[in-house]
Design a protein around this ligand. Structure first.
Ligand code: ZN
Length: 411
């Protein structure tokens, strides 16, 4: 350019600026989609103008499952359409949306979803846009509960003398698996030990909101909290598949088997091996063992809170008795009825073939703690319980109800 006249150089410079400005405004107008963050999960199949076609990333899941969690970032108030191809992973209250980086969530409602059938191809889509002043929105199958949620709750309770946090074990990349102790922290003084777990299946976030609510009630400064602190020691692991939770895995039906089919003599997963050792070390003190889960997307047995019955008739008697106690104490918004909140062994999916992949936590607990007053699992729907909305607060309230029911059942 050195040989060019000064006037020409100025014109070239100004034209370059014009091109850069154009490119910059194009970038600003783009809406970006990705799932590259803790708990993220999506396959971005296509993008046409402002329509994204996505699908759950199954990773090592055998068969299909429905967990997704992605974000849109960029220009606000620009209409976008998100379309799911292949199968519909949207639950009975539509997608969940977070405008604060995944901390809190609201359901968008089923009415936002449109089903389209064209040339033998079915898709399910919903329109959205980033609200004015908000540059990121996350969309997920259900409200998520990650390590960041647990740490926020632990920080809020850090001066509570009835709650301690330690590590169950360390897993990949040195990541610690949180082990909580709550209630009566003196094992010698306690009348018994209550074991609690969730996230044997990484995507089952709502179960952990209930677990959080249960422990919050046990350490609260009220009558329920005082009863817990006087008599009962809780030992809990909120994330039995910690890597899966943070990676955004489905976790359910993970090959060669998932964490809830790993209770064998030679467990694959360090969390399960450590939990079995810990349980066996307090074998004679365990009075209650509850593993919290979420069921399938929709349909019968996915629309209610229920206990999963064990095959041993004496276990079933204890489980039905606890279900009646829970029905009696429920005060939170999520209804529970013992009559339809118990799936007996041999019914629906709860059969021998479901256990062929390996032993579950519930089956292990029933065999390991025969004297316990309850050993088994509960299923808590992601979105709706008999017409009542499931969200972080209503799931926590169910946890509080469980805390009271366990006391009533034990005392
Ligand atoms: Zn599960």
């Amino acid at each position: 350019m050195n040989g060019l006249p000064r006037k020409m150089k100025t014109r070239i410079f100004l034209f370059s600026l014009f091109l850069m400005r154009g490119a910059f405004s194009l970038v600003m107008a783009e809406i970006a989609i990705d799932a590259n963050y803790a708990g993220g999960n999506a396959r971005i199949l296509t993008r046409e103008a402002s329509t994204f076609t996505v699908a759950p990333d199954l990773r090592d899941t055998e068969g299909w499952w429905f967990y997704f969690n992605f974000r849109l970032r960029g220009q606000t108030e620009q209409p976008v359409s998100v379309s799911f191809a292949e199968r519909n992973p949207i639950g009975v209250r539509g997608p969940a949306m977070s405008l604060d980086g995944g901390r809190t969530w609201t359901w968008l409602g089923k009415q936002v979803v449109t089903k389209t059938v064209a040339e033998d191809r079915t898709s399910w889509s919903f329109p959205t846009s980033l609200p004015r002043g908000v540059f990121e929105a996350r969309f997920a199958f259900a409200p998520t509960y990650l390590e960041s949620h647990l740490h926020e709750w632990l920080t809020a309770h850090q001066t509570n003398l009835a709650l301690q946090v330690a590590e169950l074990c360390f897993i990949r990349q040195g990541r610690g698996v949180e082990l909580l102790r709550a209630g009566c922290l003196d094992l010698e003084k306690a009348r018994g030990v209550v074991l609690l777990t969730s996230r044997h299946h990484a995507c089952e976030s709502v179960a952990t909101y209930a677990l959080e609510g249960l422990i919050s009630a046990a350490v609260a400064d009220d009558a329920i909290g005082r009863r817990w602190r006087s008599h009962w020691l809780i030992i809990a692991v909120p994330f039995m598949d910690k890597d899966g939770v943070e990676a955004g895995d489905q976790g359910k039906n993970r090959a060669p088997h998932d964490h809830n089919r790993d209770y064998s003599d030679t467990p694959l997963y360090p969390e399960v091996a450590a939990w079995m050792r810990l349980g066996e070390s307090v074998r004679d003190r365990v009075v209650f063992s509850l593993d919290l889960h979420c069921p399938y997307i929709s349909g019968q047995w996915n629309d209610r809170v229920y206990f999963v019955g064990g095959s041993d008739p004496s276990a079933a008697v204890k489980e039905r008795a606890f279900a009646r106690v829970l029905e009696h104490v429920v005060r939170g918004p999520l209804p529970f009825r013992a009559e339809n909140g118990y799936l007996p062994w041999g019914s629906a999916w709860n059969t021998g073939s479901n256990n062929s992949a390996g032993r579950s936590n519930g089956t292990w607990a029933r065999a390991t703690f025969p004297k316990a007053r309850f050993a088994g699992s509960i299923e808590i729907p992601y979105a709706d319980v008999l017409g009542v909305e499931v969200n972080a607060d209503s799931a926590r309230a169910l946890g509080r109800d469980l805390a009271e029911a366990i006391l009533e059942h034990l005392e």
